[in-house]
Each structure stands twice: as C-alpha cells, then as structure tokens.
Design a protein around this ligand. Structure first.
Ligand SMILES: NC(=O)C1=CN([C@@H]2O[C@H](COP(=O)(O)OP(=O)(O)OC[C@H]3O[C@@H](n4cnc5c(N)ncnc54)[C@H](O)[C@@H]3O)[C@@H](O)[C@H]2O)C=CC1
Ligand SMILES: O=C(O)C(=O)Cc1ccc(O)cc1
Length: 304
C-alpha cells in the first residue's frame, strides 16, 4: 500500500496512539513514526516494546519536520500540548487529534497553530476500557467509524489525503460539524458511560452486595457496565468537563424519562412499561438490520 506521510509524530502514547502506530505500519502508510509522552515511564515502556520507530524526550523534538502530527492525549491536555508544539511545526504540516469531544478541543488547539499549518480534528469511534502504551493493537479501527470535523476553509487535498489514511487503517470515514458531533456523542457514548459509572457505584454502595456476589452473579448487562466503568478516569473526567453542555442536555432528558418509568413502576402501570420496552426493542432490531452492530453475535445474518 502507498505511503501517505513521510514523517508522523504521535503525542501521547496510549491506547489510541499505539493502535495508530500498528495500523499505519500494517498498511505501510507512514515512513518514520516518532512518539512522545509526558511521563518518562511511558516513554521507557514504548522504547522497550518498539512502539514508534523513535521515542524522543520532548514534544518539540517529536514534531520537528513532521508532515502529520496527531495529538493522542486526554482532551483537557490538548491546548497545552498545542501551545508547546506550535513554534516547532513545519510549514504545510497537518495537525490532527483523536479526542472524544470536538468543540472544546478545537477551541483549545486552533488559536495556537501558526499560519500555514493545517488542522483537521478527528474522532475514531473505536476504543476499549484499556489505556497506556501496552494497550494498542492494529485492528482497533477496522470497520469502525472515524468522524472528522473539518473547519471552514480546510484544504480539500489535505482533507482527502487524511481521510485516505483512516480508510487505509480500516475505518469508515464521515464528516460532521463539531456541535453536532458533541451532541451525537453525548447520546451514544458520554451519557452511557456516566450511567455505567453510576450503576457500578450504586452496586458498590450497597452493603449487602459483597464484591464476590457482584462478580459471581453479574448478568451480561452489569458485566458491560463494570467493563465500561473500568475506563481511564483522567480521560473520562476530561470528556465530561469538555462536553458539559451536550451531556447536561442529554442527562436532563434521561432523568425525565427515568422518573416517568419510576412512576410507572410505583403505580403499577404495566402498559406504559411494555409500550416503552417495545419501542426500544425496535431500535435495537433496526441497528442490527442495518448491519451497523459489528459486535452482535449474529451480525451479518439478518438477525431478528
Ligand atoms: N480510550 C478510548 O476508548 C478512546 C479514546 N479517545 C481519545 O483519545 C485520546 C487518548 O486516549 P487513550 O489513548 O485512550 O488514552 P491513554 O490514557 O491510553 O493515553 C494517553 C497518553 O497521553 C499521555 N499524556 C497525558 N497528558 C499528556 C501531556 N500533557 N503531554 C503529553 N502526553 C500526555 C499519557 O502519558 C498517555 O501516554 C483521548 O483524548 C480520548 O478522549 C478516542 C476514542 C476512543
Ligand atoms: O469501550 C467502549 O465501550 C467504548 O465506548 C470505547 C470508546 C470510548 C471513547 C470514545 O470516544 C470512543 C469509543
């Protein structure tokens, strides 16, 4: 496969940066990939396991001469990293990020970037509850969406080349504006994570439910909650602080619906509960019929 960028810099060496490195190497998309992470311990691990062709000790050195720079740090750290690298970026370089929120990242990063440097924010809808330099793998982006939120006036050739990178790493690529992205993700990812955190916290608070009972008798739904609630605390703290407005909007709607269901249970309104669950069941079936749940055990078999 054709090389798309001669020199790539990855800032932050965790799950996403690691997966980017292996996915780029798998398809021969990058010449040299240089990495940097803030902690010396992470850089040592990266060197030990061969994560990146070269690991350097400053962000400035990592971006020197890079054609593509991808910021792979928690969203709350994006602005500071952009300020640090800005004076060292090559003219014509493309800066991108993989942050889970887009509006706040654009606001934090764009003002630091000099004239003549391109900026295309990205968000791969692919991840796990794992983090750190040992957690990345080449297949992470296969058959997953990558959402780009290009700013007005983005150079179409620079955009097309970057889209091609994601496609060659296995992703399907789509574009949307940042406010829309942040609202969609508040519904599909951020609020569900908060609900999982809360449910696991509630189980933990219940004195009568011992740890071993929680583990032994976990049904699939609760098991998924515990997996999600094991996600990186720094990353998720930053997501909620950065996507405050959209998350609060969706949480408001969520609690209204929850109270309505709570009332239906209290008053014994079985019809309301049944109607609600019938509606939500149809949504799940729609997702599977559209072939959009690649994790479903019966994916591709037109399951009902
Ligand atoms: N984990 C997931 O499932 C997904 C995460 N994302 C986004 O990708 C980004 C990275 O997430 P992960 O790779 O999961 O995190 P991670 O925790 O595995 O890695 C983050 C890396 O950034 C480094 N770092 C933190 N602050 C830094 C700073 N100021 N300067 C330089 N390095 C710094 C850490 O040392 C670590 O190496 C986040 O913005 C997250 O919102 C996007 C899609 C999925
Ligand atoms: O592990 C899971 O279930 C996820 O939801 C992964 C994930 C986490 C954050 C993102 O911005 C995108 C994907």
């Amino acid at each position: 496969m054709a090389q798309l960028y001669d020199r790539v810099a990855l800032i932050g060496l965790g799950l996403i940066a690691g997966s980017l490195f292996y996915a780029m190497k798998r398809a021969g998309l990058a010449g040299v990939v240089v990495g940097y992470a803030r902690s010396a311990e992470t850089r040592d691990v990266a060197r030990e396991i061969g994560l990146c062709d070269r690991v350097v000790d400053s962000a400035a050195e990592a971006v020197e001469g890079a054609d593509l720079v991808i910021l792979c740090v928690p969203v709350g750290a994006m602005g500071a990293v952009a300020a640090e690298i800005a004076p060292h970026l090559k003219q014509g370089a493309l800066v991108s990020d993989v942050g889970s929120t887009k509006g706040a990242v654009i606001e934090a990063v764009a003002p630091h970037l000099p004239e003549g440097v391109h900026f295309i924010p990205a968000h791969p809808l692919a991840g796990t509850e794992q983090s750190g330099p040992r957690s990345g793998f080449a297949e992470l982006f296969d058959n997953r969406w990558c959402l780009l939120t290009p700013l007005e006036g983005t150079d179409p050739e620079v955009l097309e080349r970057y889209k091609e990178l994601w496609r060659q790493m296995g992703s399907n690529v789509d574009e949307m504006d940042a406010p829309h992205h942040d609202l969609v993700l508040a519904v599909t990812s951020h609020t569900p994570h908060l609900i999982a955190y809360t449910m696991v916290g509630v189980a933990d608070d219940l004195g009568r439910v011992t740890d071993s009972e929680v583990v032994q008798y976990s049904a699939a739904g609760f098991r998924d909650f515990t997996r999600i609630a094991a996600s990186d605390p720094t990353m998720w703290r930053d997501v909620f602080l950065a996507n405050k407005d959209a998350t609060l909007e969706i949480l408001g709607r969520f609690t209204e619906e929850l109270f309505a269901l709570q009332r239906a249970i209290r008053t014994g309104d079985g019809e309301q509960l049944h109607d609600y669950f019938t509606r939500t069941r149809a949504i799940r079936r729609g997702i599977i019929e559209a072939g959009q749940d690649t994790d479903a055990p019966n994916f591709g078999r037109n399951a009902k």
